[in-house]
Design a protein around this ligand. Structure first.
Ligand SMILES: NC(=O)c1ccc[n+]([C@@H]2O[C@H](COP(=O)([O-])OP(=O)(O)OC[C@H]3O[C@@H](n4cnc5c(N)ncnc54)[C@H](O)[C@@H]3O)[C@@H](O)[C@H]2O)c1
Length: 342
């Protein structure tokens, strides 16, 4: 049974990734700081092939790599806004931490390394079908850290260490650690809860989208593909049919959830617009996405209706949650007396 470390295992992509690997009979080490709560792992935490490792990619012992075949690296501050709160923290986790983790994995004999990069590395200003070989224009600390780790992994690849980098489109869909800071998810939640959809930045900007389960399929496909096809490769992950302008998404939401007002807000600090080509992953790995935006909206709406998903759960709002953690951190330090608060 092959042993796989998933970092960021308690996250939006991480939990479905662990679920899928366990279903495929891998032994999984689920490494995470569990910033969003370990309870989110309830569906798998009793699984005999799962080891939950509450640890940090910046500090963990290299002993964890013993007998590990592959790492799927999903850990880090996972959006632009969270990565802007404290740029030094972003460097320490998303850049230095990820670099350290990859180098330690290589030193310990891990053969495969799959890294979750992002299509945001393409930055602003182009509507063309951007290929993996096109120039990058990262606009934010987050996107810059993704580019930096792509460079590190490309530099350290060798005959016994095969990294593969996935430039994921913006993800949507239902998952145990839900994210309401992602465009389709938040539009759906607001339409359902507040009967309103906000289109930020005028709505003309292009973005590629991909369902969370299709990202998991891409991760597993790469893990199981022959080394010759994935060694040192970068793949855009998504589908050419899922490149949309933000205003089109609003229409999809309104089609599923009627009687909703659309408000267009002309300005948005997020200037990214990019339209990505997904030909390479389809051609090289025969990868096709399965889930359409419409289905993602329906599953979120149904989960809200059934009460499975709480729109007020603060852990679903990545930026605000990290800000709260930082505030608590400084308050607790301030109030601590003889190791306790009260
Ligand atoms: N969701 C998207 O739309 C999207 C798109 C492109 C790329 N990505 C990338 O995919 C990866 C997973 O994203 P996600 O949506 O699951 O994000 P997420 O925020 O839900 O998960 C990230 C996880 O990393 C953990 N983490 C943070 N710092 C850590 C540290 N120092 N040590 C150990 N664990 C740490 C967090 O606790 C969290 O569970 C990220 O690298 C993200 O940048 C996501």
């Amino acid at each position: 049974m092959k042993k796989i470390i998933v970092t960021g295992a308690g996250g939006y992509v991480g939990i479905p990734t662990c679920q899928s690997l366990l279903a495929k009979n891998y032994q999984v080490i689920a490494l995470d700081r569990y910033f969003f709560g370990q309870d989110k792992l309830a569906s798998i935490n009793q699984h005999p092939h799962l080891t939950i490792l509450k640890d940090d990619i910046r500090y963990c012992s290299p002993d964890i790599f013993k007998g590990v075949h592959a790492v799927i690296d999903l850990a880090g501050l996972s959006n632009d806004a969270s990565a802007e709160i404290n740029p030094a923290l972003t460097v320490s986790i998303n850049y230095k931490g990820s670099e350290r983790f990859a180098r330690e994995a290589k030193k310990s004999g891990v053969e495969r390394y799959i890294y979750a990069s992002s299509a945001s590395v393409y930055g602003a200003g182009s509507k063309e079908a951007l290929k993996e070989t096109d120039p990058l224009a990262p606009q934010t600390e987050y996107a810059k850290s993704k580019v930096a780790i792509e460079h590190v992994l490309t530099e350290i690849k060798d005959d016994s260490f095969s990294p593969t980098m996935l430039r994921n489109a913006t993800i949507f869909g239902l998952a145990p650690r839900m994210r309401f800071d992602l465009a389709i998810n938040i539009m759906t939640m607001r339409a359902w809860k507040e009967r309103v959809v906000y289109i930020m930045g005028g709505g003309e900007q292009w973005r590629p989208f991909v369902h969370v389960n299709d990202v998991v399929s891409a991760l597993v496909l790469i893990l199981e593909s022959p080394k010759s096809k994935v060694h040192g490769e970068i793949f855009n992950v998504g589908s050419s049919e899922l490149n949309y302008q933000i205003k089109q998404l609003a229409q999809f939401v309104v089609d599923v959830i009627p009687n909703v007002k659309i408000h267009t807000i002309p300005d948005d600090p997020d200037k990214r617009t990019y339209n990505v080509s997904f030909d390479k992953i389809q051609r090289v790995l025969d990868y096709k996405t399965k889930v359409h935006v419409h289905e993602g909206i329906v599953e979120i709406k149904q989960a809200l209706e059934k009460g499975i998903l709480n729109p007020d759960d603060p852990t679903c709002y990545t930026l605000q949650w990290y800000k709260s953690l930082l505030t608590w951190d400084s308050r607790i330090k301030e109030l601590s007396y003889n190791g306790t608060i009260v």
